[in-house]
Design a protein around this ligand. Structure first.
Ligand code: PLP
Length: 450
């Protein structure tokens, strides 16, 4: 063990049993891979652990390292693996389609793309009936921003501070966290006050924060805008649920200014929030454009934009397409994902297990002052660590240390937030009550030893 804490093996929390042994691994060691990664891969990628983890197998909510050691995956590949790692139905769908036809492009007909588009539309309200497939969340948001600009003839976009929408030229503008911004031209984006119920100036008063959007329009634009983009629960920003009443009020303001409302469901979609299939549904709004990725493919690179037939028409005066969008292997996988969510009642499970987990984490907050806030919905939960509850000073180094120690016990948890002091819990939606207990026990044990 790499742990710096003194463990008493007998008192260590025990991982729930799981009947699966991965095949033997014969590949290179973690050290060898790490050496290559340092030499050949993007130097800006950070790795989560002091000793980077070499993951070689995945099965449902568990991951396995090169030595066959099992870990409970509480991060789900950044809120992406919704059905479970290598879910057999999803794997079968991908393999069968791969054997038959791997690629054709949307210039030809293929049933996988049409069937998946139809199934996706059936999950959306109102007139959201036209699907554009992309390869990532960034690309989906780029397209949504482009559509809103073309449709309205305006350029100004409003997004929320602390939001994350991607890292290409347009989406980097909409993203509002310095950690993810570079000094390139990012014109026409205005960042509204974050309706952050933990740190925000107006607490949980959504409509009060919404007035800032009115001000941004009045003072920073011609009075007309292209659109507004927001996550219902900020994921990268530290699992912050928009204050209640905020979205309905902002949607009405934006529409009065001629703009379109874009829901970025890249993290909060596909049943993750438990109470609803889409995050925006908890706020009682219907967007004009919905963007999605991550959970859509259980880990297959895939994204989509869904909008109304009227808005979709703005792209018809030019040719708009991309080579891989709607690739039959990805869309066959996506269709299998939707079926698994339904068949295995994963939304209901996210609600049930998520509510239980949140309750247990909230009890942990009563026990330890370092836990400043527990929040989120379903299996999209956040635990914010602070050095001082009054001042809310971010406990950044403690977050890193606890995370490393939890890995030693067998739990992989996510980390994020503007200050890097929030645990992000976004596991596969097949997470069980026993897994939730193990996660909380591991966190409890680790904090108690520090
Ligand atoms: N939107 C949200 C809410 C995200 O969390 C992310 C990625 O984390 C993106 C967009 C960008 O997606 P991708 O990384 O697939 O480009």
């Amino acid at each position: 063990s790499q742990s710096s804490l003194q463990h008493n093996e007998a008192s260590l929390p025990k991982m729930p049993p799981f009947d699966y042994t991965p095949p033997p691994y014969t590949g290179p060691s973690a050290e060898e891979i790490f050496k290559k990664r340092k030499e050949y891969l993007n130097p800006a990628i950070f790795h989560f652990y002091k000793d980077p983890l070499n993951l070689v197998d995945g099965k449902m909510q568990y991951l396995f390292d090169e030595k066959g050691r099992r870990y409970l995956d509480a991060f789900g590949g950044i809120a992406t693996v919704c059905c479970g790692h290598c879910h057999p139905d999803v794997v079968d769908a991908i393999v069968n389609q791969t054997k038959r036809l791997q690629h054709s492009t949307v210039l030809y007909l293929n049933h996988a793309i049409a069937d998946f588009a139809e199934a996706l539309v059936s999950k959306l309200p109102g007139d959201l009936k036209v699907v554009f497939f992309t390869n990532s969340g960034t690309e989906a948001n780029e397209l949504a921003i482009l559509m809103s600009r073309l449709y309205t003839g305006c350029h100004d976009i409003i997004s929320i501070r602390n939001g994350y929408h991607g890292n290409a030229a347009g989406t980097m503008g909409a993203t509002a966290q310095s950690n993810y911004k570079f000094n390139i031209v990012q014109t026409g984006v205005h960042h509204a006050l974050n309706p952050d119920q933990y740190r925000g100036v107006f607490g949980s008063d959504g409509p009060k924060y919404a007035r800032d959007v009115e001000d941004l329009i009045s003072y920073g634009t011609s009075g007309r805008v292209a659109g507004f983009i927001a996550e219902a629960i900020q994921g990268v920003g530290g699992i912050l649920e928009l204050a209640p009443g905020y979205l309905p009020s902002v949607y009405s303001t934006i529409r009065k200014a001629g703009g379109l409302c874009i829901a970025d469901e890249v993290q909060s979609g596909f049943a993750r929030t438990g109470s609803h299939f889409w995050g925006f549904e908890a706020h009682g709004v219907v967007p004009d454009i919905v963007t999605m990725a991550k959970g859509i493919g259980n880990g297959i690179p895939l994204g989509a934009v869904v909008t109304t037939p009227e808005i979709a028409k703005v792209l018809t005066h030019r040719s708009y397409f991309n080579t891989f969008g709607g690739n039959p292997v990805c869309t066959a996988g996506g269709l299998a994902v939707l079926k698994v969510i339904e068949k295995e009642k994963l939304q209901e499970n996210a609600f049930k297990v998520g509510s239980y987990l949140k309750e247990r984490l909230t009890s942990l907050k009563e026990k330890y002052d370092i836990i400043g806030d527990v929040r989120g919905r379903g299996l999209m939960l956040g635990v914010e660590l602070v050095q001082d509850r009054e001042l809310k000073t971010p406990a950044k180094s403690e977050t890193i240390r606890i995370m490393d120690e939890m890995k030693e016990i067998g739990v992989l948890i996510g980390k994020g937030g503007f200050h890097g002091n929030v645990f992000r819990i976004t596991p596969p939606l097949c997470f069980t009550k026993e897994d939730a207990d193990f996660l909380v026990d591991a966190m409890d044990y680790t904090i108690s030893k520090m």
